[in-house]
Write a protein that binds this ligand. Structure first.
Ligand code: BUP
Length: 426
């Protein structure tokens, strides 16, 4: 009976940054007795996506899995754009498969929850089916405000600042760079194929259901190296699931971490997509640097369980690329951050973290990936400053507490989620 158990389908898009919050939402809704169908666009781009999906379905056998089988498109060159943006476009072009899939589900759906990158694709379909569609915005509320306002702005008029009512002026240099390019690109299309272009599409409510707590509570094997480190001593270093930094920058970063005299756990990536990354650590780092690193550092190629690291008592700080998931996870665990945005929404995110007093942003480092290479000495200095800052640590502990209060029974996030689920029962 839908009045007792609403049935909701979730439709994520490509990349761990987009998939992770959907996995958490699926787990959360299941825990609140919502029947969940999880639609997985297939094939996925990365190995980590397919592994996380396997993990979700084995942990929650009550969640129904449906595949949206993507059609291959020869006219789209996978190399010309970011492979994850390319995937958004492939999903868009396969979207006619969605309507039959949605109508075939039983019992009939109470709602669909769609990733932000697929909003303009899916809204006409759910409108035609008269199916309530919720856009899941997987970044910050500030980024949502920018997203909703950006299409009416004229790039040439944004000389130094972008002015949006209700927000402080945003420096032009913080805007995701593809949005400022003259040429068309997929990210620009997502912003410009505006959600509001169709009169029927109305933004009438925002449900702030975050933070979404991690669902992976089963004990995975802890990293033995981390267990051997003293409490509050280790810097965790990671640039997310789809950012490969240049080899020169890898070497300077390694040099900086050694110079900082802190212990560190570093996820090293050489390619945007994990499947394509076959290089050996020693070739990336070089023998000399590796010898210096071994005394204090532990390196992992491509992937480890970040959630497990951030909750570990040995971890005292996080050098992060400022992906929104990484930030919310660090806040959830009360870990102070050294912020080094690399692309997309990450400068906007870095600013938020700095404002709430849980991180330090070395703005002069620019976007990572720029031709400029930040040298080891500078990195060592900032690492030392962040790791030694007791005020950041205290503030991080407060925010951790606030996040937990919000999701606890009766908390603000808990109540909003409960209201949303109630509305699906009517
Ligand atoms: Br790398 C890595 N282990 O080794 P973000 C990432 N993650 O669990 P991104 C691991 O992937 P976008 C690893 O905990 C987070 O939930 C991490 O999402 C997990 O950054 C997720 O932080 C990564 O949002 O995506 O991947 O750059 O650019 O879309 O934000």
């Amino acid at each position: 009976d839908p009045k007792l158990t609403p049935h909701v389908a979730l439709l994520p898009s490509a990349g761990m940054g987009h998939l992770t919050p959907f996995l958490r939402l699926a787990a959360l809704l299941t825990a609140h007795d919502v029947q969940v169908t999880f639609i997985t666009p297939h094939p996925t781009v990365s190995l980590s996506e397919s592994q996380s999906l396997t993990h979700l379905f084995s942990s929650f056998p009550q969640i129904t899995r449906k595949q949206l089988r993507l059609l291959p498109f020869d006219d789209l060159s996978a190399n010309s754009e970011d492979p994850f943006y390319y995937h958004f476009e492939v999903i868009r072009r396969s979207s006619h498969l969605l309507s039959p899939l949605l109508t075939s589900l039983s019992p009939p759906l109470s709602a669909l929850v769609t990733d932000m990158s697929l909003a303009s694709t899916v809204i006409p379909i759910t409108d035609a089916l008269k199916l309530p569609n919720y856009i899941f915005f997987t970044s910050s509320a500030k980024m949502l405000t920018l997203y909703l306002s950006f299409h009416v702005m004229v790039p040439n008029e944004m000389k130094y600042f972008v002015e949006i009512s209700g927000l402080e002026p945003i420096p032009r240099s913080w805007i995701p760079p593809p949005l400022l390019q003259d040429t068309d690109n997929l990210l620009k299309m997502l912003f410009h194929r505006k959600w509001q272009e169709n009169d029927r599409i109305k933004w009438n409510s925002v449900h702030a259901v975050g933070p979404l707590p991690p669902f992976n509570l089963e004990k995975s094997r802890p990293l033995a190296w981390l267990d051997d480190q003293p409490a509050q001593s280790v810097l965790y270093v990671s640039f997310g699931s789809r950012t490969a930094i240049s080899r020169d920058q890898i070497r300077e970063l390694g040099d900086g971490l050694v110079r900082s005299s802190k212990s560190f756990l570093w996820v090293v990536k050489d390619k945007k997509v994990d499947k394509e990354d076959s290089s050996e650590l020693i070739d990336l780092i070089g023998h000399d640097l590796m010898e210096r690193i071994i005394e204090r550092g532990f390196l992992v190629k491509n992937w480890l369980n970040q959630e497990e690291v951030l909750r570990h008592p040995a971890v005292a700080g996080f050098l992060t690329h400022c992906g929104w998931n990484s930030i919310t996870e660090a806040l959830w665990h009360g870990v102070p951050m050294l912020l080094w945005p690399q692309h997309g929404d990450q400068k906007i995110n870095a600013d938020l973290v700095e404002r709430i007093g849980v991180g330090m942003w070395a703005k002069s480092w620019g976007w990572g990936g720029e031709a400029m290479v930040v040298n080891g000495e500078e990195i060592a200095e900032k690492v030392g400053e962040m790791m030694g800052n007791g005020i950041l640590r205290l503030r991080a502990a407060e925010v951790r507490n606030d996040a937990r209060m919000a999701v606890r029974e009766g908390g603000s996030s808990y109540k909003r989620l409960a209201d949303l689920i109630e509305s699906w029962k009517r």
